[in-house]
Every structure is written in structure tokens, then in C-alpha cells.
Design a protein. Structure first.
Lengths: 81, 1018
């Protein structure tokens, strides 16, 4: 999971997902709607949309807390051992 | 189906529920922050993006122009991938600059320009009007659908319109503009909006389920019917569809930003954000919500079309379906859903826009009116702005709503607010963006929007001539609002978006580069552009695979430590090291984490055995295997590569920073010393202050407890401070006295001026006797001891002094004086009585003593002796022969020459007189004068034969007077020899027997001043 999280956190991943989603929702791909039935076109739009939402979910979960109490929490006090 | 009252009651009930929830949340906001800061609530509050436009307008757009409508929901779903950078940056900037709206944000970035804030506020107002208009139109038209009336449609619409306006204004004021909040956050409202979003979604589902499963046999049936109908092309875009790709992309691009930049969206996503981490949830929840709320739009549109609902009533399709097909409950639920969607947006948008307008337009204008402080009525001005905004929105809808669908009106607003995008995005990513460029770009873009979209609305609705639409302004075809410069676009929105962005971005960039940024602007811009430090952005950084087993490494480290430390300490060090490195819960760690762990443990060990030994122990401990060492080197090399530094450069930087750290340490030590010095100074100062305070208290005690009146005056002569005794003495209150000048208490104004003159001349006076008066006018004799008050520059600050009332003292003195005088007179009378006793024995000497006393006094006056001495001489003269009282009368009155024995008896009279007089306490040496009045300068006198200066002066005077008087008076044994004979006697024996000065004065008295004895009865 951590490995996947690191992946989602990696440089450009969000931009990558954005680009793919844009591609699937733009002219080169959407022209396939021409040959689809209404139901198929409906399914296509919502599947792409849903997939983008899922990736957004993964990215949101993978980002480290900005101000995390755990990160700064000191289990043991300072001072000499 | 329903009467108006029922509908209004339902609306009010809905509003009451929302308001109650919001009210209680705000009341508990201090204690229970969990709900308010909940990411779920945050995301759902952003979802009010789905307004009446979604509820009613999308189905209409779908029915008319196909699937193009969905682009305004896909846009935000694509934009969320940048929210972690863009939205988070905006939230941070909001927190650091206390930003409460879009105008604040833009103004804060561009040199805190009030002009720019005002322009943004005005543009927001104009741009949001169509958006509000569509909400109002949706509410009014849906109310009109469900209510029946015999009144004509237009009148009914007007009546409903007024009612809706009033309700919207009331709801907005109660909900969001009840008070002025410096943060402009309304936690309760955010929760209410979240709940409203959920309610809207549920009602949309109700409508959708009804359409799909009640009016059709499910999705399959519906789509199958659609595909075989004339409406199949609605699912396509491009050539075979009803909309072009250009329109698709325009809508995608516009909506990507509108979800966070529309005034209400900005408020919810930026201003109401209480925790940046909530953005992570919103990033997926908002797209998920938009997906869900759109699921049934297409089925609703298709069902409506297939069922034959008229296209000109498409904006009401969602409501028409349950209404036309007879389901009251679903109709009411859908109506409430649409109402919920519309009111949420109207309230938040009106609140946000009214805040902008009141803060950046109204208040600055009021600031120009100096006389009246109208700025104090901020809340009232904001209420006015809310009312005007909603009214204007309604009027816009009234003017143009008939000719525009809900969707189209919404897109006009989107295109307006889009003009802020270059300023905001440029502002947070481009340091060179400046105020001049911002004003130019915004004005140009908005002017294009205004010309290409806003004005044509009124022309299309017939309010202004359509000539300029078809012919262009001034007849210039190149300036046709729908075809600028002759370039055709498939729709007006894309056309306006393209040209407005072209001019906006162009002028913004050109203006910024041309005018440049000064230092302050650059610093300000830096704060915005650098709001997110690099390491916070998740799109970066070297990460290494965690493949090293932590437990194994801890065992190795334990073995190293066991050479130096006992077991319990080892456990503690390990735990602490693991905690500091943050790998406590890991099973596997990366090479960098291992390096950090070793470093932390080495530092802890150094505390016990020294740095060098600890370092050597860890290096030789075998913590890193050769492969791991190699991996670590590679990792560092990667880091260096990332930093674009060679190891030497890195060392240089480290040395530089080390040196800086050393310098900082030295500075820190110096600062510490300085602080100690200052602390010591502060301590001294405190002691001095304490001493001063004690002195002040002592002074004050002395001041107040003194029995004398103490006063201090200022430069103007008015009393600054007086003590209690002064108040008692003069009878005034303290408040009265501090208004008086000190000269006011002088009875005689002249005395006051004289006092002033005297004190000014000498700087001080002591026991200056004056007559003062008190409040009742009673005059008092007083002594003033006073001095001028001066500062270090010798400037006179006033007077300070003491006044003592000596009226009683004077009275006592006078009484004493009178008593003394009386006593003196008594004594004199007694003495004279004593002298008469002698005279009764010797009639020849009657009056002799008195005359001797007269002459002696005259001589003494001629000598200018003090009055007291003269009195003594007088007294002595009166009784100088009192000793003769013991001499037998026969001797005193013997007519012949006295025998030696008789003369010797006579010669005892001075001693006898002394013996009598010495018992009386005269103020003068009367007894001694009497004793010596027969002594002579050459020692031939009696009784002691003293001579020269041994004889009292007074005795010398009495002696001369006695001789002159005796010789000039008859005696039993001789006649008077007259004054000439007597004077001859003293002249002949001048300096021998008699004091020369006395003799000369006596001669002068008789010869020049014609001295005569005064005959008096004793």
C-alpha cells in the first residue's frame, strides 16, 4: 500500500491522470461516441468519469498529512538518556 | 396541484430546519469543532455548485443541445487533480492574508489595490447577476407550474416574483448576514449547505428513479427507446451531434475553474476551509457527488422528450414529469429539491457579493463623506447590498429570462467570472504579475464579455436595438458582438470566452512586463507564489524502496551499544532513535531511513561516550552492509543531482552554513549576554522605580498629612495640586481649586502681583506675609514660603510652596504685646512710686531723679542708642538715688557741709540702691547702672572706684545727667549754681571724670538744642 501511495504521490502522477482523463473526454476519443448507442455512450462517459473519481480518491488518500499531530508527536521526552 | 400558501409553508419549513441546524452548530462551534471541520461537510458544501441549473437547466440543455451540458461537470472533475496545489495555495494565502472574498484575494496579491478590489467587486456583481437570475427564474417558474390560479400568468408570475425576492432576501439576511465576522466564516452555514447538497441529491434521485423506473422500465428500456428515436443524436458531439468540440472544450475549460472561483464557490472552498487536509477529501468527493447528481439528467431529458413534453418548457422537465403524470408527493419533493438547490446558491452568492460590494465599493465611497460617519453602519449597508443584488438578479431575469434558458444564463455568468482566472492563477504562480497588468487585463477581458454577451442579452430580448448585433458598433462588421474580427464560433459562449481570454491574458502579461514590479510588489508576489514550500508538494522528491528489515538492524545496533551501555539504557536509546526517525511502526525501512536512524542513535550515544567514540563505534559496528553502503552513496548522489550540486559544492555549502551556524551561535551568545545585561538593567530600573514609588508614597503622605497648606501651580498660575490642609484652609473642593489661579486667593490683587514680582525676581520667598481669603470671604493672615518650579532647561513650570495661617498667631502676639506693654507700664508706675518714696524723705531731691532721667534719656537719644537701652537708662534714672531711702533724713537735709562719716554714709546709697533693685527682674541692668552712677572715669568715684571702660555706658550717662541736674538745682547746703556752672563743671572734667562723648552731647543739648526739663507730676 505504501508503495502504491508513493506512486500516487510521485511527480506528475496527478498531471498524468488529468491528461489521460482529458484525452478520454476529448475529441480523439469522444468521436467514438458517434458509433455508439445512447446506452453505450452513457456508460462510456460515466465509466471514464467514475475512473477519474477513483484515481482522485487514491491521490487524496496518498498525500501525507500537512499538519499531522502524529508526525510531530514525541513519544519520549527530550533530554539525555 | 398545490396552492401557493402550501408551497410557501413548505419552503419556510425547509428553511427553518436548515437555519435551526446552522444556528445550533454555530452555538456549539467553540466546543464541538469536529462537525464544522469535517472534510465531508467541507466537500458537500462545495457541492452547492449543483444549483437549480443542475436540477432543471441540465435536463433542458440535454433535451435541446445534447450531451454538451455534461462538460460543465467534467471540467471540475478534471480540475480536482490540481486542487492539492492550487486550492491549497489559495487556502494558505487566505489564512495568512485574512482574505474573505475574491476581491480581497486579488487586491491582496496586486499591491493591496483598493481600485482593483472595487473593480473586481463590481464585475462580480454584474457577472453573478445572470446566475442569480436563473435561480430566481427556476424558483418562480416551478412555483407557477405547481400552483393554479385564475389570475393571468404574467400577473401571477409578478406576484410570485415579489414573494420570492422577499423570501430570498429574508433567508439571506437571517442566514448569512446577521453579524459582522472578521473572518467572514459561518460554520453553521457551511453545515447547512452540506445538508442542503445531500437533500438536493436525494430529491434528484427521487425524480430520476421516478422517470426511469416508474415512467419507463429501467435504463435499458429508456435508452433503447432513445436510440431508436429522433433524439439519438443528443448523445453525440461534433459534426453528428448538436454541439461542437470547440464548445465542448470551452465549457470544460471554463467550468474547471468556476467550481472554486464563482463567488459562492470561492466562499465555500477557500474562505470556509478550516483545514487544508479537507481538500484531499474534497478532491474525490466533489467529483463523486457531481457524478451522482448527473446520473439521472440524461434519463429525465429523454423521458420528457419521449413523453412529448414541449421543448419550450424544457427548463421545467424535472418537475413536469411528476406533475404531469399525477404524483403529488414526488412533485412536492422535486419542487423542494429545486428550491433547496436554488436557495443555497442565492444565499451564499448574495452574502459573498454583498460583502465585496459593501467592503470595496460602498465603504470607500462613504469614506469620502467626511462629516457623517456612515461607515459605522457596515451591517446595514451589507443588508442593503443583499437586497439590491437579489432584486437586480430578479430584474435581469425579468428582462432577459424569457429568451434565455437556465443553462445559457449560467454560462454567461461563468464567462464573466472566468475573467478573474488569469489574475488569480497568474498571481499565485507568476511573480512578475503586477497591479497595472491586472487592471488592464481584467478591464479588457470584462469589456469584451460585456460587449459580446451581456449587452446582447438585452438586444435579444428586445430591450435595445439589435442593429449593433447584426451590423456591429458604429456599423463596423469587425466589431459584431457575435463575430469579432470576422471569426465565427459555433456558439456565443465559446466566442466570448476566446476573445475575452485573449485580451485579458494578453493585456495582463503585456502590462505586467511593461510596467514591471517594484520591490514591494515583488515581496508581496513572493508571499503568494511561495505560499507552498517545495517539500510540501507531493509531486516530487527522491523516494527509496523500503526493503531493509528494521528488526535486524536494531539487533546490530544493540550489539554495538552493549559494549558501552547497560541494557536498560540501550532499550531507551533504541526506542528514542526509532521514534525520532519516525519508523516505529515499520517492518521494512529504506536506506535513507536507516542512515537517519544510525545518525540519531549516534547522537544519543555521543551523550554518554563522546562524539568521536560514538561515531567510530557506529562506523565500525557493521550497521550497513557493503551493498547498503553502495545504495546509500547512490541515494546521496541522486539527492545531489536533484540539488544540482557536486560533492565539493555541497561541502562548500555545508561549510558556509556551518560557518553561518557558528556565527549565529556567537550572535546567540552575545544576545544572551545582552539579555542578561538588559535583565540586570531592568532589575535596577525596577528597584529605582520601587524606590521612586516609595518616595512618592512618602512624599504623598507628607504632602497630605502636613498641617500647613501645600500647593503646586502650573505655568498658567492655576493650582495643579493641593493637599488636604489647603482644601480645609480655603474651603474649596479639589475640583474647584484646580480651576483657580493662586492670585485669586489674595484679598488684594496688588499684593498678588507684588508677590508674583518678588518671587519671579528672587526665585523664592520665605515667610512672605500676605492676607488671603477663603471661600466664604474670611480674611486670613498667612505666611507663604514658595519657590519657582523649573525644569532642566530652567524653564518655569509654575510654583510650589507652603501657606501657613498665622491669623491666630498674630492675635496671640498682639495680646502678648499688649500684656507686655501693660506690664511695662505697671513696672514704670511701681518704679515711679518707689522714686516718690525717696522724695518724701528728701524734699530737695523731689523731682531730681525724674529730671536726671529726662536728661539721661535725651543724651542717650543723642547717642542714637537702641530704644530698649534708652528705656533702661530712663528706668535707672528714675531710681538712681533709691538707695538714699536708707540714709537718715538728717544727713540728706543737713544745711551745712557733711562730715566724713556723714559723707561715707551718703556714699553707701549706690550700693544700697543696687541691693534694693537687684531683686527686681528688670529687662535692663538697672541695678548695675544705679550701682555705678557715681563712678568716675579716673577711678575717683564710689563705691568701688572703677574707671574707664569698667563703667557701664548707661552709668556714665546717668552720672553726667546727675551732676548737671544736681548742680543746677538748690541744695540745703548751697544754692543752685545754674546750668552754666553745671556745664562748666562737666567741661572742666571732661575725659577726666566724665565720659567725653556724654559731656559733648550734654553741652550740645543745652547750648544748641535748648534742652529744658519738663516738669511733671510723678
Amino acid at each position: 500500500m505504501k508503495k502504491m501511495a508513493r506512486t500516487f504521490r510521485k511527480n506528475g502522477f496527478a498531471f498524468f491522470v488529468f491528461s489521460i482523463a482529458l484525452l478520454f473526454l476529448s475529441w480523439p476519443i469522444l468521436s467514438v461516441l458517434d458509433g455508439m448507442s445512447c446506452a453505450e455512450a452513457y456508460m462510456y462517459i460515466y465509466v471514464v468519469w467514475g475512473t477519474a473519481v477513483i484515481f482522485a480518491l487514491f491521490i487524496g488518500l496518498s498525500v501525507s498529512p500537512v499538519f499531522s499531530a502524529d508526525k510531530n508527536k514525541k513519544e519520549y521526552g527530550d533530554g539525555d538518556v | 396541484m398545490f396552492d401557493l400558501l402550501t408551497v410557501i409553508l413548505f419552503f419556510c419549513a425547509y428553511f427553518l430546519v436548515l437555519f435551526t441546524v446552522g444556528f445550533f452548530i454555530e452555538k456549539k462551534s467553540d466546543k464541538e469543532g469536529k462537525l464544522i471541520s469535517s472534510p465531508l461537510i467541507y466537500a458537500l458544501s462545495i457541492a452547492i455548485y449543483s444549483s437549480a441549473w443542475t436540477f432543471y437547466g441540465d435536463a433542458a440543455k440535454m433535451a435541446k443541445d445534447g450531451i454538451i451540458y455534461i462538460s460543465i461537470y467534467l471540467g471540475p472533475c478534471l480540475g480536482v487533480f490540481f486542487w492539492w496545489i492550487i486550492l491549497r495555495k489559495m487556502v494558505r494565502i487566505k489564512n495568512s492574508h485574512h482574505i474573505t472574498n475574491v476581491a480581497d484575494f486579488i487586491s491582496a496579491r496586486y499591491n493591496k489595490s483598493q481600485l482593483l478590489a472595487g473593480i473586481v467587486a463590481v464585475f462580480c456583481l454584474l457577472g453573478a447577476l445572470p446566475y442569480i437570475a436563473l435561480q430566481m427564474k427556476a424558483i418562480i417558474s416551478t412555483i407557477a407550474i405547481v400552483t393554479t390560479s385564475s389570475v393571468s400568468q404574467t400577473e401571477w408570475l409578478d406576484k410570485i416574483g415579489i414573494l420570492v425576492i422577499l423570501l430570498m432576501i429574508l433567508f439571506t439576511l437571517v442566514f448569512g448576514v446577521r453579524r459582522i465576522d472578521p473572518t467572514e466564516r459561518h460554520p453553521g452555514m457551511a453545515v447547512s449547505m452540506g445538508i442542503a447538497s445531500v437533500f438536493t441529491l436525494l430529491m434528484m434521485f427521487v425524480c430520476g428513479v421516478f422517470a426511469v423506473y416508474f415512467l419507463n422500465d429501467g435504463f435499458r428500456d429508456l435508452f433503447s427507446a432513445s436510440s431508436s428515436s429522433q433524439y439519438a443524436g443528443l448523445m453525440k458531439i461534433g459534426v453528428t451531434g448538436n454541439s461542437s468540440f470547440i464548445t465542448w472544450f470551452s465549457f470544460l475549460a471554463v467550468s474547471m475553474f468556476m467550481v472554486i472561483l464563482m463567488p459562492h464557490q470561492f466562499h465555500m472552498s477557500v474562505v470556509e476551509n478550516s483545514d487544508e487536509n479537507n481538500i484531499k477529501t474534497a478532491m474525490w468527493l466533489v467529483p463523486a457527488y457531481l457524478l451522482l447528481i448527473n446520473i439521472f439528467i440524461i434519463p429525465i431529458a429523454f423521458t420528457s422528450l419521449i413523453r412529448g413534453l414541449p421543448l419550450n418548457e424544457a427548463d421545467g422537465f424535472a418537475l413536469q414529469l411528476p406533475y404531469k403524470f399525477g404524483n403529488r408527493y414526488i412533485t412536492m419533493m422535486v419542487l423542494m429539491g429545486g428550491f433547496s438547490a436554488a436557495t443555497s446558491v442565492v444565499m451564499v452568492c448574495a452574502m459573498a457579493v454583498s460583502t465585496m460590494v459593501s467592503n470595496h465599493v460602498i465603504l470607500p465611497l462613504l469614506g469620502l463623506i467626511k462629516r457623517v460617519n456612515l461607515s459605522a453602519y457596515i451591517l446595514q449597508w451589507r443588508w442593503l447590498a443583499v437586497g439590491m443584488f437579489i432584486l437586480l438578479g430578479y430584474l435581469f431575469g425579468w428582462f432577459v429570462g424569457e429568451n434565455y434558458s437556465l443553462f445559457d444564463m449560467g454560462m454567461i455568468s461563468f464567462a464573466a467570472v472566468l475573467q478573474f482566472v488569469p489574475l488569480i492563477i497568474g498571481g499565485i504562480f507568476w511573480v512578475k504579475g503586477n497591479k497595472a497588468g491586472a487592471i488592464m487585463g481584467l478591464t479588457a477581458g470584462f469589456a469584451v464579455w460585456f460587449y459580446t454577451l451581456f449587452i446582447p442579452c438585452f438586444a435579444s430580448s428586445g430591450w435595445i436595438s439589435t442593429m449593433f448585433i447584426s451590423e456591429g458598433i458604429f456599423g463596423l462588421k469587425a466589431l459584431m458582438p457575435g463575430e469579432l474580427f470576422g471569426i465565427k464560433f459555433p456558439d456565443a459562449i465559446s466566442h466570448s470566452v476566446f476573445w475575452s481570454m485573449f485580451f485579458n491574458i494578453g493585456f495582463y502579461a503585456a502590462g505586467s512586463l511593461f510596467f514591471g514590479v517594484n520591490r514591494e510588489e515583488r515581496r508581496n508576489a513572493g508571499g503568494f507564489v511561495g505560499a507552498l514550500p517545495d517539500e510540501d508538494i507531493f509531486i516530487r522528491s527522491t523516494v527509496r524502496e523500503a526493503h531493509i528489515v528494521l528488526e535486524d538492524k536494531l539487533e546490530i545496533i544493540k550489539r554495538v551499544l552493549s559494549r558501552y551501555l547497560p541494557q536498560d539504557k540501550i532499550q531507551l536509546i533504541l526506542k528514542k532513535g526509532v521514534c525520532l526517525t519516525g519508523v516505529g511502526k515499520e517492518i521494512h525501512i529504506s536506506i535513507l531511513e536507516l542512515a537517519r536512524l544510525q545518525s540519531e542513535i549516534e547522537k544519543l550515544l555521543a551523550g554518554s561516550i563522546g562524539t568521536a567514540t560514538a561515531h567510530k563505534a557506529m562506523m565500525e559496528g557493521g550497521v550497513f552492509t557493503p551493498e547498503e553502503s553502495k545504495e546509500l552513496s547512490e541515494a546521496y548522489a541522486e539527492i545531489l543531482a536533484d540539488l544540482k550540486l557536486t560533492p565539493q559544492e555541497l561541502k562548500k555549502k555545508i561549510d558556509y552554513h556551518q560557518e553561518r551556524e557558528d556565527l549565529l551561535s556567537i550572535h546567540a551568545m552575545e544576545l544572551e549576554e545582552k539579555i542578561k545585561e538588559l535583565e540586570s538593567l531592568i532589575g535596577q530600573r525596577k528597584r529605582v522605580e520601587n524606590a521612586l514609588r516609595e518616595n512618592e508614597e512618602k512624599y504623598r503622605a507628607l504632602f497630605e498629612s502636613s498641617r500647613d497648606a501645600i500647593f503646586i501651580t502650573g505655568e498658567d498660575g492655576k493650582f495643579m495640586d493641593v493637599n488636604e490642609s489647603a482644601l480645609v484652609l480655603f474651603g474649596f473642593s479639589r475640583d474647584d481649586m484646580v480651576k483657580m489661579e493662586y492670585k485669586d486667593i489674595f484679598v488684594n490683587a496688588l499684593d498678588g502681583r507684588e508677590f508674583e514680582r518678588d518671587i519671579a525676581k528672587s526665585g523664592s520667598v520665605r515667610n512672605y506675609e500676605v492676607i488671603l481669603r477663603n471661600k466664604t470671604g474670611r480674611e486670613m493672615k498667612c505666611l507663604i514660603t514658595a519657590a519657582l518650579r523649573q525644569n532642566s532647561k530652567k524653564e518655569i513650570l509654575g510654583l510650589q510652596g507652603v501657606i501657613r495661617d498665622i491669623t491666630e498667631q498674630k492675635k496671640a502676639e498682639k495680646a502678648l504685646h499688649d500684656s507686655y506693654n501693660k506690664l511695662q507700664k505697671n513696672m514704670e508706675s511701681t518704679i515711679l512710686a518707689m522714686a516718690r518714696i525717696v522724695e518724701t524723705k528728701d524734699p530737695y531731691t523731689a523731682g531730681h531723679e525724674r529730671r536726671v532721667a529726662q536728661l539721661a534719656v535725651a543724651i542717650a537719644q543723642g547717642m542714637r542708642l537702641p530704644e530698649e537701652q534708652i528705656n533702661g537708662i530712663y528706668m535707672a534714672g528714675i531710681v538712681h538715688d533709691i538707695g538714699k531711702i536708707y540714709v537718715p533724713s538728717e544727713i540728706l537735709t543737713k544745711p551745712s557741709k557733711l562730715t566724713d562719716i556723714e559723707f561715707s554714709i551718703i556714699k553707701t546709697h549706690p550700693q544700697l540702691g543696687y541691693d534694693i533693685l537687684k531683686t527686681i527682674e528688670f529687662s535692663w541692668p538697672v541695678a548695675d547702672i544705679v550701682l555705678q552712677h557715681h563712678e568716675r572715669l579716673d577711678g575717683s568715684g564710689y563705691p568701688f572706684g572703677i574707671k574707664g571702660d569698667e563703667i557701664l555706658l548707661e552709668s556714665k550717662i546717668v552720672a553726667v545727667a546727675d551732676v548737671v541736674e544736681a548742680m543746677s538745682s538748690p541744695r540745703p547746703y548751697r544754692p543752685s549754681i545754674g546750668f552754666e556752672g553745671a556745664l562748666q563743671e562737666i567741661v572742666e572734667n571732661r575725659g577726666k571724670l566724665y565720659d567725653p562723648v556724654t559731656v559733648d552731647l550734654c553741652l550740645k543739648l543745652f547750648m544748641k538744642e535748648n534742652f529744658k526739663f519738663i516738669s511733671e507730676q510723678i
